[in-house]
Design a protein around this ligand. Structure first.
Ligand code: TXD
Length: 312
């Protein structure tokens, strides 16, 4: 297929998450990519390096690297990964002020050039940056979505599979709420071979897995010491890009604006949604236990408190 027939995805931030996201998108042949970063030469170098793998990998999509926004015009999707990442001892909320400045500037640049795009926010603190991107873009709430739930659920699925002694993809699982210490793993909606994991594993095991999932990001930060996770985060972002571009309607847990769903009003929070070309097609309301529902509300309230600090 000629490369002009592919959709266009801009990835802002050519660091670990951004570059890996860009690589996965072009290698899968999903879209042509524009990779933007403030560091001179770096996105250009990474893009050229990826294009030189095209003859070997056999993809027909293209990637260009740039320090300006001109090339991003009329993107179908913009994935925002720019910002600072956590270092050991830092919480996601510590990143807030600096990343708010970065994300606001980027949204201003991309929203005017790609007014019909869907924004996928990846930068931490995730729920707050997604709210900020929605406010600053002026876009419909369906078109501004945060990536966290797919990653948190993938971690949960992997950890459950270790206990269940099965392949990770055989476990279906959901993690809801904000992307932070108050995220809510929902064992009653997580299944292996159709059975809820609550029937397959003892409560202490499930509680320990929930805790490891909540600490999934910091476990990697502590091992890497100089950065945070990017392989699973980029897979997660690309699964959202895939569902949107293919208009698949796939249900994925994403950070979206809620207006009464799950009893949460006028706030961004992680819940399962069906994704397609218009962005969020539908919020899927799961039947939660009283415990999970209360934990979800608590998590959303924490996001609200942090959002208030932005003084928007
Ligand atoms: O689940 C999730 N949502 C997350 C979020 C999972 C993993 C990482 N998460 C967050 O993504 C992380 O806490 C950071 O806030 C972002 C990016 O993480 P990454 O690991 O990719 O950080 P890097 O490697 O430091 O890359 C950030 C890049 C770097 O190249 C900077 O030069 C660039 O962002 N940057 C900018 N690019 C464009 N425009 C501006 N203003 C800018 N400022 C920095």
């Amino acid at each position: 297929m000629s490369s002009t027939l592919f959709p266009k995805v801009t990835v802002v931030g050519a660091g670990f998450v951004g570059a890996t996201t860009a690589e996965r998108i072009v290698e899968k042949g999903l879209a042509n990519v524009v990779l933007v970063d403030v560091v001179e030469g770096m996105p250009q170098g990474k893009a050229l390096d990826m294009m030189e793998s095209a003859p070997i990998e056999g993809f027909g999509t293209t990637i260009v690297g740039t320090n300006s926004y001109e090339e991003t015009k009329d993107s179908d999707i913009v994935v925002i990964t720019a910002g600072l990442a956590r270092k050991p001892g830092m919480s996601r909320d510590d990143l807030q002020a600096k990343n708010a400045e970065i994300v606001s500037g980027i949204v201003k640049e991309v929203a005017s050039r790609s007014p019909k795009a869907i924004l996928i926010v990846v930068t931490n603190p995730l729920d707050i940056m997604t709210y900020l991107a929605w406010k600053k873009s002026g876009f419909d709430r369906k078109r501004v979505i945060g990536m966290a739930g797919v990653l948190d659920s993938a971690r949960y699925r992997y950890f459950l599979s270790l206990e269940l002694k099965c392949a990770p993809h055989e476990v279906e699982a959901v993690v809801l709420g904000g992307h932070g210490d108050l995220m809510v793993a929902v064992p009653e909606s997580s299944t292996y071979q159709g059975k809820p994991v609550t029937q397959l594993l003892p409560k202490e095991k499930i509680d320990a897995i929930n805790k490891r999932t909540q600490d999934g990001g910091i476990e990697i930060v502590n091992l890497l010491k100089t950065g945070s996770a990017y392989y699973a985060p980029s897979s997660s972002a690309v699964s959202m890009v895939d569902a949107i571009l293919k208009d698949s309607g796939k249900v994925l847990p994403c950070c979206v604006y809620l207006n009464g769903e799950y009893g949460i009003k006028e706030m961004y929070c992680g819940v399962p949604v069906s994704l397609g070309r218009e962005g969020v097609k539908k919020v899927v309301e799961l039947k939660l236990s009283a415990e999970s529902q209360a934990a979800l509300k608590k998590s959303a309230e924490h996001v609200r408190e942090q959002v208030m600090k932005l003084n928007l």
